[in-house]
Structures are given as C-alpha cells and as structure tokens.
Design a protein around this ligand. Sequence first.
Ligand SMILES: NC(=O)C1=CN([C@@H]2O[C@H](COP(=O)(O)OP(=O)(O)OC[C@H]3O[C@@H](n4cnc5c(N)ncnc54)[C@H](O)[C@@H]3O)[C@@H](O)[C@H]2O)[C@@H](O)CC1
Ligand SMILES: [K+]
Length: 503
Amino acid sequence: MKIFSAAQIREADAYTIQHEPISSVDLMERAAAACTGWIEDHFPPAHPVYIICGKGNNGGDGLAIVRQLLEKGYEANAWLLTGNASADNLANQARLEQRFPGHIHPLNDVQEFPAIAADGIIIDALFGTGLNKPVEGWLAGVIHRINDLRTRHTVIAIDMPSGLQADSSSLHTPVVQAHYTLSFETYKLAFMLPENAVFGGEIHVLPIGLHPDFLTQTPARFHLTDQETIRTIYQPRNPFGHKGTYGHALLIAGSYGKIGAALLATRACLRAGAGLVSAHVPGCGYEIMQLGEPAAMCVTDADMQHSTHFHLDINEAKYNSIGIGPGLGTHQQTALALEKLLDNYPLPMVLDADALNIISVYPYLLYKIPKGSLLTPHPKEFERLFGATANQFERLDLLSRKSVETGLYILLKGRYSTIACPDGSLYFNPTGNAGMATGGSGDVLTGILTAMLAQGYTPKAAIILGVWLHGYAGDLAAARLSQEAMTAGDIIHHLGDAFLQGI
Ligand SMILES: NC(=O)C1=CN([C@@H]2O[C@H](COP(=O)(O)OP(=O)(O)OC[C@H]3O[C@@H](n4cnc5c(N)ncnc54)[C@H](O)[C@@H]3O)[C@@H](O)[C@H]2O)[C@@H](O)CC1
Ligand SMILES: [K+]
C-alpha cells in the first residue's frame, strides 16, 4: 500500500473531482459519511458529540459530520474557528445551519471551548493535511485543552491529529493526542514514525473513493507492506524441488557465552525454508550446536572462544547465502576475518549485530560489502554506523541516502521496521509487536533473511518477505503466550503458522 505525501493527497483529491467526476463538496460528504459510519459503529447516540472545527476542509468535514450525526439522532454541536473559511467549509456551515439551526458555536479563544458533559466525545477537526506550520498562540491552547480532557473523554481525530505535520517532524510542537484517528484513504508518513506514536492512537484508514487510477498510477516513495504485496513476492515451493533447490545457507555467529545466538539464527534459517544450513562457530560451540539443532551442520573455528578463520573455505559455489553477526563478538581477529570475507565473497549477505558493530569501528568496510546485501541495525546500531539525527524524519532521510549511496538494503528495526532500498524506495512493515523487544529476536531475523536469500529470492523480496514473516510469527506467539512471556524461540516456533496464515 502506497503512502502519499500531503501534496500527493491533494492531487488525488483534485484528480478524483475531475475524473470521477464529483464535486468537491460531495467528496467531503463522502469522507464525512465514512467517519459518521465509524462513529455509529463504535459509540451509541447516548454520547453527546463536541466537534472542534477549523476553517479549512478538515473543519468542513467536521461540520458535515455534525449534520450527519444529528440526522442519526445524536446530540452533536460544532465549535468553529471564525474567519476566512474555505468554500466547502462555508457550504457545510450553510447546510448545517439550514437543516439544524443553532448547532454552530464560535471559537475565538480558549475561553470559548465548550464544557464537555460526562460521557461526551470530542472530535478534533481543526487541522488536517493542510497544516502549514506548527500551531501557536491560543490555538495551541485549544490543543492543550483537548489533551487535558483526554483522560476523561474519548478524542477522535479526523484525518490527522491536529498539529501533526504529515511529512515533517512535529517534535516539541503542540499536537492533539487522539484515542482514534480516522484517516482518509491512505496512511500518512507521520503515522509510521515512533516519535509520533503518542498522537494518533488507534489509526483507522477509511476508504473515501479517491480515484483508483490515481492511486495505482502515481509513484510513491513510501510504502506500507500489506498481505497483497507479500502474496506477489512469495514463491510456492516447486514440487520437484530438492534440498539443493533451496540453497545452502551459512551462519557465522556466536562466541563464548553467546552460542545461543548462533543456535537461534540457525534454527530460524531452517524453519524459514533454507535447503541446507551450516553454522560456523568457535570451538566452544560445537556440542551445543550439534545437540541443539541436529538438522544443521556445524563448522568450528580454530579458536575456542570467538571466530577468527571463517574466511578460509568460504566461496559462492559452496554457500548461496551468508548471515553474519549474531553473538559474534567484536574481537580484532574477528574483524580481520570479516574484512577478508567481504573481500572474497561476492553474493548479497545478511549483516547484523556485531558484524555491524565491527563496521561502525572500521567504516571503510561498509564499502566492501557486496551490493544488494541486507543490513539490519536496531536504532542504536544505526546511530553507531551512520550518526545521530535531530528527529526521525531526518533519520529516515539519512537511512535512505545511505542505502542509495552504498547499494545496500538497510532495515531500521522498531515498530514499523523500515526497509530502505537502493532505488530510493522505503517500505514500512506493519507486523510485529513489543513482545519481540527481547534478546534473540534479531538473531531469529538474521536466520530468516539468510534463508530467503538462500532460496533465491532477490534481496528486495527477501527483506520485505522475511521482515513480514518474522513480525507475523511474533504476533502469533504474542497472541498465544502474551507479549511478556514470549521469547525469541517462540517466534521460530510460530514461523510455520506465519507461512500458513500470513501469506
Ligand atoms: N484531500 C482529500 O482527498 C480530501 C480532504 N478532505 C479534508 O481536507 C483536509 C485538508 O483540507 P485543507 O487543505 O483545507 O487544510 P486543513 O483544513 O487541514 O487546514 C487548512 C486551514 O488551517 C489553517 N492553518 C494551516 N496551518 C495553520 C497553522 N499552523 N496555524 C493556524 N492555522 C493554520 C489554514 O489557514 C486553513 O484555514 C484533509 O485533512 C481532510 O480532512 C476531505 O474533505 C475530503 C477529501
Ligand atoms: K484533525
């Protein structure tokens, strides 16, 4: 699913008006009806509704919602900013006044903000995608008033929580903290970034019938991965396939005290469909690996404690993919071996955890990584690799620039893990939950991604599909065990159901 910028959404609006064709006020009526329907489905008419309306089309939606709710028997009123209103806002003022006189109240100052009855619902229709700068002055006071009331009253934002900028950072500016956001047709970029997590609440994207030609033909830089995309990427197994068809994956992982990381990555790699899996571990890991995962092969390093010689007998004819990093340690000999591996192995590989930490100490190694490789830093690793930024929109830009510059796929892990592609596109992943913020879940992801590459998926397909499955398996694990009790091993146990249900 594409994520459009505020400017593209305005174009979609104009395109729909011209090509459906439909008048803009009728399109507003349709958008308002989608919200009214949602409110009806979730809150009975016993709740009085207070709709705070701006002067633009977001306020116009609010006015139309007041009229539609009154038609359905709700007690609804608008508090409207006075001054130069947009044409469709004026049209809806007139329609409301004509059909239900006396339901529009002026809002010129915070003092005029209504007293909210005990079971009252507040609807925020102050600003939507037309916000052009941070909200200041008494209007900021209105936003603070809504936020003060949110502990006692449900707050529903129309299209966007007011004050939130769709395509740039709103850090340290006043923004409504809604319980629900009813957003039109597409997710906004702002909803994807953790710095805005407190504003949107539960986000519901309501279709309002924007023209399908515009939606399909307009290129977008940002995407939210959905099941439809996953189904086009996924390749069912060939009934005539044999284990060679699905590749031989190698995991270089583990060090003394962290052999578990190698075991988790190896198990995940097998469960994600690799034909053959080998693990390279230091000598101390041999028995643990052989006993822990009999389906995998094990190669031991000359060193007992950490890996130092994994570059020696590795080539692309032997291994179709390599995943390196989980629990590896950052010993200098390991770093040297990593450099030699990067010099000798030409195929896309997966680099995570300590492999990334080594690269952040020797940044020139970044440019030795085979093109098309997958890097999977969490925010701290990302910062160590590429530096800090003032906000998460800047971080997104930095992420994308680094991917384009290096030709690598970079996954920034977190809620809505973000995949930056060398062609400049970015994909947000919706699956996964906070239960996955637990030791070892990154190791599992490394195993899954290495398996996807081994099976012949392109790097872009491998990372989009692998990240989706990892999150989906995590969601299934959390549903069964709770976010608190689930562990990284449970993500592996649920990979089978993720293939069966998530694709
Ligand atoms: N684009 C679409 O497809 C559709 C959009 N609709 C609605 O239209 C909205 C966009 O409408 P508009 O473009 O009129 O914009 P908004 O209504 O979001 O905001 C514009 C108004 O806010 C004022 N404003 C902007 N920034 C301000 C600031 N920092 N401080 C004080 N005032 C400020 C402007 O002067 C103007 O009055 C959407 O969010 C949505 O709610 C729907 O009606 C129907 C379809
Ligand atoms: K709003």
